[in-house]
Design a protein. Structure first.
Length: 417
């Protein structure tokens, strides 16, 4: 009897976030996690769109994608991720208010004989085999690139202030390509896909012991508990697949933003218990999530503070704002700003503190976008660390041509009349 997956998907908004931008999917043939981002845009729309397109490759579903999967699983999964990315680009092109949204994607497709895996971003895949936990994916982050170069230890990377700076993620741009790999599996293996809301909060040792709980439902509950106990700063999603030769047939599970989106259109919660086929991409294209109002709220908060400041002492407010920093762009260069990132009519709440020699245009795409939108800093030192990180991402300069020989030949000497 061929092996198949026993599976579970769980998600939690966490203790600090107001909405869940993660999505998760699990069935006997496919497990997947997408972690949406773009606070001012629509991270939940990004992760739901990507996950709903990618899950169409599940051979359990009666869709065209499922047929293609049986024919060529690797090509089908790669094409699904590319389709999802292209769709994100189309949504952004049609509605600039969601520009900046993006999502990670972690997917493992079981062909019946081996896995095909897709990975882009900083969500992770782990395997527990014979009690030993192995991280299967390598984060597409700035700090991971430093670890790979030997400039940072894994422990230092865990607490690095810019550990969430992504080098590759799905933003709807043509170069957002996933890693596609093949992986052998054996009976008894447990596979965990998770968003960084788990791995930022819980050590690998604790993930290993939770994943080894008697059954995978307990393991998933325990992992969510640990993430919340660790602070719950982010949405946390865990999807577990266990390779067994006697899996009971069970309905696929869809959690997080991908499951919430249909609920917004249909208030009957019972409709989310059974999974509809993945939504028609044409429909998805128009099912926008309204952009969050964070920027306006922030501007509103600053306006309120300004009025309060006028009443209770503008000097104190100004001093407060001048202790705030962020990194942004000034005349095409990365610059440290003092003050707060907000546009308040008639009042200047920030000014350029230092302009660096880093041309914004020379930065890779993702950090460039972050700079354009502004990167908040906890202090001046923090802003300087951000600048140093950005500098490290500049393309290496080409080596200079070798200097001319020390003894100049008369024929090449310039002649002066
Ligand atoms: Ca996250």
């Amino acid at each position: 009897m061929p092996l198949s997956l026993r599976f579970v998907a769980r998600t939690d908004t966490g203790l600090r976030r107001s909405n869940n931008q993660d999505s998760g999917y699990a069935s006997s043939r496919l497990i997947a996690v997408a972690d949406g981002m773009g606070g001012a845009a629509a991270g939940d729309l990004a992760s739901a769109t990507a996950l709903n397109i990618v899950r169409a490759v599940d051979p359990n579903l009666a869709t065209d994608g499922a047929d293609e999967t049986e024919a060529d699983p690797r090509a089908a999964l790669l094409q699904a991720v590319r389709d999802a990315n292209r769709r994100l680009g189309e949504i952004v092109a049609a509605d600039p208010s969601v520009d900046g949204m993006g999502t990670t994607l972690e997917a493992m497709l079981w062909t019946g004989e081996h896995f095909v895996t897709a990975h882009i971003g900083d969500s992770r895949a782990y395997r527990l085999r014979d009690g030993e936990l192995t991280q299967l994916s390598s984060d597409h982050t700035f700090v991971q690139s430093l670890v790979d170069e030997g400039k940072l230890t894994t422990e230092e990377a865990r607490v690095h202030p810019h550990r969430s700076l992504l080098l590759r993620v799905m933003l709807g741009r043509p170069d957002n390509e996933p890693d596609i790999d093949r992986l052998d599996g054996q009976a008894g293996d447990r596979y965990l896909l998770c968003s960084d809301g788990l791995t930022d909060m819980v050590s690998d040792a604790n993930i290993a012991s939770a994943l080894a709980e008697d059954d995978i439902d307990q393991a998933a509950d325990r992992l969510i508990e640990l993430a919340l106990a660790g602070g719950g700063f982010d949405n946390v999603t865990v999807v577990i697949g266990e390779l067994v030769d006697d899996a009971e047939p069970a309905d696929a599970q869809l959690v997080g933003a991908a499951a919430d989106a249909p609920r917004r259109r249909d208030p009957d919660p019972s409709t989310t218990a059974t999974l509809a086929p993945p939504p028609d991409p044409e429909e998805l294209r128009y099912s926008y999530v309204p952009p969050t109002r964070t920027r306006w709220l922030r501007t509103g908060a600053v306006v309120a503070l300004v009025i309060l400041g006028l009443v209770f002492g503008a000097v104190g407010l100004y001093q407060w704002s001048q202790r705030q920093y962020f990194v942004g762009a000034s005349d095409g260069h990365v610059a440290i700003f003092r003050g707060v990132q907000a546009d308040v009519p008639l009042v200047s709440v920030h000014h350029v503190d230092t302009v660096t020699d880093i041309p914004v245009a020379k930065l890779p795409e993702y950090p460039r976008r972050q700079v354009t939108e502004g990167i908040e800093a906890m202090s001046r030192a923090d802003a300087e660390r951000t600048v140093a990180d950005l500098r490290a991402q500049l393309p290496k300069p080409k080596p200079k041509p070798k200097p001319a020989p020390a003894t100049p030949s008369p024929s090449t000497e310039p002649t002066t009349p």
